[in-house]
Design a protein around this ligand. Structure first.
Ligand code: IDP
Length: 136
Protein backbone atom coordinates (compact mmCIF):
# COMPACT_ATOMS: atom_id res chain seq x y z
CA UNK A 1 0.00 0.00 0.00
CA UNK A 2 1.52 3.24 -1.19
CA UNK A 3 1.11 6.58 0.61
CA UNK A 4 2.20 10.17 0.03
CA UNK A 5 4.01 12.63 2.26
CA UNK A 6 4.92 16.29 1.92
CA UNK A 7 8.66 16.98 1.89
CA UNK A 8 10.16 20.46 1.91
CA UNK A 9 13.77 21.39 1.36
CA UNK A 10 13.68 24.53 3.49
CA UNK A 11 15.41 27.83 2.52
CA UNK A 12 18.65 26.83 4.29
CA UNK A 13 18.82 23.60 2.26
CA UNK A 14 18.19 25.41 -1.03
CA UNK A 15 20.78 28.12 -0.21
CA UNK A 16 23.37 25.51 0.71
CA UNK A 17 22.87 23.57 -2.51
CA UNK A 18 21.53 20.44 -0.81
CA UNK A 19 18.45 19.91 -3.01
CA UNK A 20 20.18 17.23 -5.10
CA UNK A 21 21.46 15.49 -1.98
CA UNK A 22 17.95 15.30 -0.50
CA UNK A 23 16.36 14.08 -3.74
CA UNK A 24 19.13 11.54 -4.15
CA UNK A 25 18.50 10.08 -0.69
CA UNK A 26 14.74 9.93 -1.34
CA UNK A 27 15.31 8.09 -4.62
CA UNK A 28 17.97 5.75 -3.27
CA UNK A 29 15.54 4.71 -0.53
CA UNK A 30 13.13 3.65 -3.27
CA UNK A 31 10.61 6.45 -2.81
CA UNK A 32 9.40 8.36 -5.87
CA UNK A 33 8.42 11.95 -6.64
CA UNK A 34 4.76 12.52 -7.47
CA UNK A 35 5.23 16.32 -7.72
CA UNK A 36 8.02 18.85 -7.21
CA UNK A 37 8.18 22.64 -7.29
CA UNK A 38 10.65 25.42 -6.37
CA UNK A 39 8.62 28.26 -4.88
CA UNK A 40 8.54 31.26 -2.59
CA UNK A 41 6.29 30.68 0.39
CA UNK A 42 3.37 33.05 1.02
CA UNK A 43 3.12 34.08 4.65
CA UNK A 44 -0.44 32.71 4.81
CA UNK A 45 0.76 29.29 3.58
CA UNK A 46 3.59 29.31 6.15
CA UNK A 47 1.11 30.14 8.95
CA UNK A 48 -1.23 27.39 7.87
CA UNK A 49 1.59 24.88 7.43
CA UNK A 50 2.95 25.50 10.93
CA UNK A 51 -0.45 26.18 12.59
CA UNK A 52 0.24 23.60 15.33
CA UNK A 53 3.16 25.77 16.52
CA UNK A 54 1.35 29.10 16.66
CA UNK A 55 1.55 29.37 20.46
CA UNK A 56 5.27 28.46 20.56
CA UNK A 57 7.87 31.13 21.36
CA UNK A 58 9.73 30.39 18.12
CA UNK A 59 6.66 30.73 15.84
CA UNK A 60 7.57 34.25 14.61
CA UNK A 61 11.16 33.26 13.83
CA UNK A 62 9.97 30.09 12.14
CA UNK A 63 7.68 32.07 9.79
CA UNK A 64 10.52 34.51 9.01
CA UNK A 65 12.82 31.62 8.25
CA UNK A 66 10.47 29.60 6.05
CA UNK A 67 9.58 32.68 3.99
CA UNK A 68 13.21 33.90 3.74
CA UNK A 69 13.89 32.30 0.36
CA UNK A 70 12.61 29.65 -2.01
CA UNK A 71 11.84 26.14 -0.83
CA UNK A 72 11.55 22.97 -2.87
CA UNK A 73 8.21 21.30 -2.15
CA UNK A 74 7.70 17.65 -3.08
CA UNK A 75 5.00 15.06 -2.86
CA UNK A 76 6.92 11.87 -2.12
CA UNK A 77 5.32 8.48 -2.66
CA UNK A 78 5.92 4.88 -1.67
CA UNK A 79 5.13 2.21 0.91
CA UNK A 80 5.16 3.82 4.39
CA UNK A 81 6.52 7.01 2.76
CA UNK A 82 5.65 9.20 5.78
CA UNK A 83 7.72 7.20 8.27
CA UNK A 84 10.38 6.37 5.69
CA UNK A 85 11.11 10.04 5.02
CA UNK A 86 11.06 10.96 8.74
CA UNK A 87 13.77 8.29 9.19
CA UNK A 88 15.81 9.73 6.32
CA UNK A 89 15.47 13.25 7.81
CA UNK A 90 16.46 12.36 11.39
CA UNK A 91 15.26 14.03 14.62
CA UNK A 92 14.30 17.69 14.85
CA UNK A 93 17.43 18.75 16.78
CA UNK A 94 20.21 17.89 14.33
CA UNK A 95 22.85 17.44 17.03
CA UNK A 96 21.03 15.86 19.98
CA UNK A 97 18.41 13.84 18.11
CA UNK A 98 19.39 13.27 14.48
CA UNK A 99 21.99 10.56 14.10
CA UNK A 100 24.82 10.56 11.55
CA UNK A 101 23.61 8.99 8.34
CA UNK A 102 20.43 11.05 8.34
CA UNK A 103 19.99 14.28 6.37
CA UNK A 104 19.90 16.47 9.48
CA UNK A 105 22.54 14.38 11.27
CA UNK A 106 24.95 14.71 8.35
CA UNK A 107 24.40 18.33 7.31
CA UNK A 108 22.81 20.48 10.06
CA UNK A 109 23.78 21.99 13.41
CA UNK A 110 20.85 24.13 14.56
CA UNK A 111 17.28 23.12 15.34
CA UNK A 112 15.72 25.93 13.32
CA UNK A 113 18.01 25.40 10.34
CA UNK A 114 17.41 21.68 10.02
CA UNK A 115 17.12 21.63 6.21
CA UNK A 116 14.01 19.56 5.59
CA UNK A 117 10.40 19.07 6.57
CA UNK A 118 8.46 15.82 6.34
CA UNK A 119 4.82 15.26 7.36
CA UNK A 120 4.62 13.53 10.76
CA UNK A 121 1.40 11.49 10.36
CA UNK A 122 -1.20 10.43 7.80
CA UNK A 123 -3.46 13.29 8.95
CA UNK A 124 -0.66 15.87 8.62
CA UNK A 125 0.31 14.51 5.21
CA UNK A 126 -3.23 14.84 3.93
CA UNK A 127 -3.62 18.37 5.29
CA UNK A 128 -0.20 19.53 4.07
CA UNK A 129 -0.48 18.00 0.60
CA UNK A 130 -3.83 19.80 0.14
CA UNK A 131 -2.18 23.04 1.19
CA UNK A 132 0.94 22.74 -1.01
CA UNK A 133 -0.40 20.71 -3.95
CA UNK A 134 -4.16 21.30 -4.13
CA UNK A 135 -4.36 19.96 -7.70
CA UNK A 136 -2.49 16.70 -7.08
P1 IDP B 1 9.88 18.53 12.73
O1 IDP B 1 10.22 19.49 11.60
O2 IDP B 1 11.02 17.59 13.03
O3 IDP B 1 8.56 17.82 12.51
P2 IDP B 1 8.57 20.29 14.69
O4 IDP B 1 8.61 20.10 16.17
O5 IDP B 1 7.26 20.08 13.99
O6 IDP B 1 9.73 19.40 14.06
O7 IDP B 1 9.06 21.79 14.43
C1 IDP B 1 8.90 22.39 13.17
C2 IDP B 1 10.14 23.18 12.85
O8 IDP B 1 10.24 24.29 13.71
C3 IDP B 1 11.46 22.44 13.03
O9 IDP B 1 11.79 21.61 11.95
C4 IDP B 1 12.44 23.58 13.21
O10 IDP B 1 12.79 24.17 11.95
C5 IDP B 1 11.61 24.58 14.00
N1 IDP B 1 11.81 24.45 15.45
C6 IDP B 1 11.37 23.45 16.26
N2 IDP B 1 11.74 23.66 17.54
C7 IDP B 1 12.41 24.85 17.54
C8 IDP B 1 13.05 25.62 18.57
O11 IDP B 1 13.06 25.26 19.75
N3 IDP B 1 13.66 26.78 18.16
C9 IDP B 1 13.65 27.21 16.85
N4 IDP B 1 13.06 26.51 15.88
C10 IDP B 1 12.45 25.34 16.19
Amino acid sequence: MSERTLVLVKPDGVKRGLVGEVISRIERKGLTLAAMDLRNVERSVAEEHYAEHKEKPFFGELLEFITSGPVVAMAVEGPRAITAFRQLAGGTDPVEKATPGTIRGDFALETQFNLVHGSDSAESAERELKLWFPDL
